[in-house]
Design a protein around this ligand. Structure first.
Ligand code: BGC
Length: 529
């Protein structure tokens, strides 16, 4: 062998280095692209206005429904907000059949979702359900229903959507393996409501919610202490973040009604598409190959370096490269194992040689195994990838590569989070208050030291530094799509109530003006009470 396995592994690992300088360059570009997105449509970071203009404080109350479409499962739940930062949640979960993810028509998918809502209501809210279905069926016009007897539902739909109201928005593009061209450009709330109405269910789709926005709301409702949460972030199958922005910074036009009194609005960044143009993001040969072979080449470029759906594939491509390197021996030949001498070999049909064949969860196993023998990792290489009798050296090479890719993902995540923290000015506005971030997703929850690695990158970031990093708290908020969505349904309901009040105010003004016109000599303008 001309080169040692260790040396060749180091060469690959170095390709995934993401230095402090890179982090700073990344943050500057993230800030630039964020601000570009606040000014106009069609930019890499979409900066989608969500029409949510405040975050909860834990005192909200009521019974709401929420559904969640965004990954491998569809969740239906009802949430009772107790008004004291606590809640009770009932839910059911069903795997989305693969064929529906790439169905011909939207109806196939949305019909399935409505059916799941019906099953849930029958099971968990039978009385409410029966009474209303009966009344709805016997009424001529479903609109004749009293709104208050309907469940207000928050629809967590975790794909890029151009919103034009709190419960209106058209799909920009599918991500995470979904591909139903028929849905692009359509209002996803209307698609769901139509199917719900066909089943005569007592449910109104009151709010459209991205999972990041739900996470922000859920964390804010339950966050310890008085601090309000700044960011809701997902590091799971996909990645994205939503944050609270000053309305004055939002320079592109926002159609439709929203409450301007708070001076703030939650923005869904859709940071998965940060730097699609590759101005600053790293682009190893493995990243390039992954993108080229994906269903959406050239987009979600940041997500393809950060999220769980893609990390395993990057590891796989890098490990296969090392395996095919004729200068070294990896997963071949004799090895010293627990049982003495054996021959390493890879079983037929191993995921190592198939696209998407390496699950990102194996990276967590690699990162967690810090023992000299790496026995857990070697066992998993065997059971997950049919790599039989891997030597310690082989497993070490695998671990080094996987760890480097995980570490790069965490440092890239710090670029997005750090960029938003700097944009918000919150570290400067107060001297010692914490800046709170709610995060959800398998990576942040289960990948060892993910949050610590983010924090380490914060320390090296200009505008944050060691002191700033101490004041940024990342907390896990797992109920975004349930409680978070319910909270937004509640906000929507309040907005609607406010809208009615505003309309009445408008009517009163009109009448007052008419009265004033009818009596021109009146000294005082007429007022109606
Ligand atoms: C979607 C986002 C979503 C994120 C996390 C991305 O692929 O574009 O809307 O928030 O995944 O689920």
């Amino acid at each position: 062998m001309a080169n040692s396995l260790g040396e060749e592994t180091k060469r690959i690992v170095a390709q995934f280095d993401y230095t402090d300088d890179d982090v700073n360059k990344g943050v500057r570009e993230f800030l630039r692209q964020m601000n570009e997105g606040l000014q106009k449509d069609g930019t890499s970071i979409s900066q989608i206005p969500t029409y949510v203009t405040g975050v909860p404080d834990g005192t909200e109350k009521g019974l709401y429904m929420a559904v969640d479409l965004g990954g491998t499962n569809f969740r239906v739940c009802s949430v009772h907000l107790n008004g004291d930062t606590t809640f009770n949640l009932t839910y059911s979960k069903v795997a989305i059949p693969k064929e529906l993810m790439v169905a011909k028509t939207s109806k196939e998918l949305f019909g399935f979702l409505a059916k799941q809502i019906e099953i849930f209501l029958k099971k968990h809210h039978e009385e409410h359900f029966e009474a209303h279905v009966h009344r709805r069926k016997s009424s001529k016009a479903p609109e004749g229903y009293e709104e208050e007897s309907m469940f207000q539902l928050g629809f967590t739909f975790s794909f890029p959507v151009q919103q034009f109201g709190i419960n209106k928005g058209s799909l920009i593009r599918w991500t995470k393996g979904f591909d139903i061209p028929d849905t692009i450009g359509k209002d996803v709330c209307a698609l769901l409501q139509d199917e719900i109405d066909l089943l005569h269910l007592p449910v109104k789709v009151a709010a459209l919610v991205n999972d990041t926005v739900g996470t922000l709301m859920a964390r804010s409702y339950a966050a310890p202490g008085k601090t309000t949460t700044l960011i809701g972030a997902i590091f799971g199958t996909g990645t994205n973040g939503a944050y609270v922005e000053k309305i004055t910074n939002l320079q592109k036009s926002v159609d439709g009604k929203y409450d301007k009194s708070t001076g703030e609005m939650v923005i869904n960044t859709e940071w998965g598409s940060f730097d699609n143009q590759l101005n600053v993001l790293p682009n190893t040969q493995y990243d390039a190959k992954l993108d080229q072979d994906s269903v959406n080449p050239g987009i979600q470029i940041f997500e393809k370096r950060v999220s769980g759906m893609f990390l395993g594939e990057i590891v796989r491509l890098a490990v296969v490269n090392l395996y095919e390197n004729t200068n070294v021996s990896l997963f071949k030949g004799a090895s010293n194992t627990n049982d003495g001498q054996s021959t390493t070999h890879i079983g037929d049909g191993s995921g190592l040689f198939q696209q998407w064949g390496l699950d990102s969860s194996l990276m967590s196993v690699a990162a967690a195994d810090t023992t000299p023998e790496l026995s857990t990792l070697r066992q998993e290489l065997d059971s997950q990838l049919q790599i039989r009798s891997a030597s310690v050296e082989d497993a070490q090479a695998f671990k080094d590569i996987a760890d480097a890719i995980g570490r790069r993902a965490a440092r890239l995540s710090a670029v997005a989070l750090g960029g938003i923290v700097i944009q918000s000015g919150r570290l400067k506005e107060t001297k010692d208050e914490l800046v709170d971030i709610g995060a959800d997703g398998s990576l942040v929850e289960y990948y060892p030291h993910f949050r610590e690695m983010i924090s380490e990158a914060f320390k090296a970031t200009e505008g944050i530094g060691a002191e700033g990093a101490e004041r940024i708290r990342i907390g896990i908020a797992t109920d975004g799509s349930g409680v978070g969505a319910a909270l937004i349904a509640l906000v929507a309901e309040r907005m609607e109530n406010k809208g009615i009040v505003d309309e009445l105010a408008g009517l009163k003004n009109d009448a007052a003006q008419k009265l004033a016109g009818a009596i021109p000599s009146a000294a005082k303008p007429a007022t109606l009470t």
